[in-house]
Design a protein around this ligand. Structure first.
Ligand code: SF4
Ligand code: SF4
Ligand code: SF4
Length: 335
């Protein structure tokens, strides 16, 4: 596996080779970057997880799974959507006046609720809300717009061996956009990691993953029946995709959420070790369940089923990490 510096040198060497004779090439790349668009719901700077060094994370909207513990529930629906944070609402009524669909409804107590089923996501309520109680999740952006934002952090990437991370949602559901974003990053000498749950057809996964420098691949469970409850793909799809990525020589880290009453037991940790060992993956991130995303469920009108679940104890996760380290894996907690 090449080191990070060698990887960056490879990218630069590859680009210099590809861009010999320039002119038309630059014009063509410009056009591709302007014309290729995707729906994203966030760009976050200065992440220290989700890949090596300092990362800028681009979150693509749409997911093929519906994990009940998801801390980004706004990522699941592929289309833009509106959120209302009831706690911030002052009941001023400006959204109700602005809403063309009459889906901001004033209640008897003076506060306003949203009928999401009628919302056309025009965004008018967001711009008039003086309390910051409304938010629009998701907007269509071109590769050139996204990469311009990512490129602002180039100096941090260089000093930390960091780069761009494509996250979600499931980035591979927008494979053309993901691929072109990775290419755009490489044209600017920025390494790119792809985060995926692997629950997509191989063709889509590979289109997004082929040119990524690192793959952060989720392993939610090692039990087929459990996996069927969180998505329409089989666990076998995920493990086959994992094997094929490994056979293609990709630099993979397995990302394993540890969820109470789901997979927080020693048997699962042993299965993670087996799965990783079988495909030669050495790096494992354990991601303990937390409640940081809970406020977003009500805001987008979704039911949150894990409100009463306790967070996983530090000592328990450390023990799991130790079990894996003893078997020769490099393990991080929290990514
Ligand atoms: S986004 Fe438009 S339609 Fe939806 S609640 Fe706001 S104003 Fe109404
Ligand atoms: S505009 Fe904002 S603060 Fe005013 S009622 Fe609507 S959501 Fe509440
Ligand atoms: S795969 Fe990730 S983004 Fe999709 S539902 Fe599960 S936790 Fe959320």
């Amino acid at each position: 596996m090449p080191g990070r510096k060698a990887l960056r040198a490879d990218i630069i060497a590859g680009m210099e080779h590809n861009m010999e004779g320039q002119g038309m090439f630059n014009y063509r790349f410009d056009e591709i970057e302007k014309q290729t668009t995707g729906i994203i719901f966030n760009i976050e700077h200065f992440h220290v997880h989700d890949g090596e060094g300092i990362r800028t994370n681009v979150f693509l909207k749409g997911c093929s799974l519906h994990c009940p513990w998801c801390c980004n529930p706004e990522s699941i629906c592929p289309a833009p959507q509106i959120a209302q944070y009831q706690k911030l609402c002052t009941g001023c009524g400006k959204c109700a006046e602005a809403c063309p669909e009459r889906c901001c409804i004033r209640k008897e107590d003076g506060y306003v609720i949203t009928d999401f089923s009628k919302c056309s996501v025009c965004g008018k309520c967001v711009s008039v809300c003086p309390a910051g109680a409304r938010e629009l999740f998701g907007k269509r952006m071109s590769v050139s717009e996204v990469i311009a934002e990512v490129e602002k952090d180039s100096a941090y990437f260089l000093n930390s061996d960091g780069g761009l991370t494509l996250s979600g949602g499931e980035a591979c559901l927008q494979p053309e956009f993901a691929r072109e974003l990775i290419r755009a990053a490489h044209r600017r000498y920025i390494p790119a990691a792809l985060e995926t749950a692997g629950a997509v057809e191989w063709e889509r996964l590979w289109k997004a993953a082929e040119e990524a420098d690192e793959i952060l691949m989720d392993l939610k469970t090692t039990v087929s029946m459990q996996f069927e409850k969180i998505g329409r793909f089989s666990l076998e799809t995920v493990t086959t995709n994992l094997r094929m990525l490994a056979e293609a020589g990709k630099n993979i880290t397995l990302r394993c959420p540890i969820i109470p009453d789901f997979n927080d037991h020693e048997g699962h940790i042993q299965k993670i070790a087996e799965t990783a060992g079988n495909v030669g993956v050495k790096k494992i991130d354990l991601l303990p369940f937390h409640q940081l995303g809970r406020h977003k469920y009500a805001a987008i009108g979704r039911n949150y089923r894990m409100a009463d679940y306790p967070e996983i104890k530090d000592t328990d996760v450390k023990k799991m990490a130790e079990t894996l380290r003893k078997q020769g894996f490099q393990v991080s907690i929290g990514g």
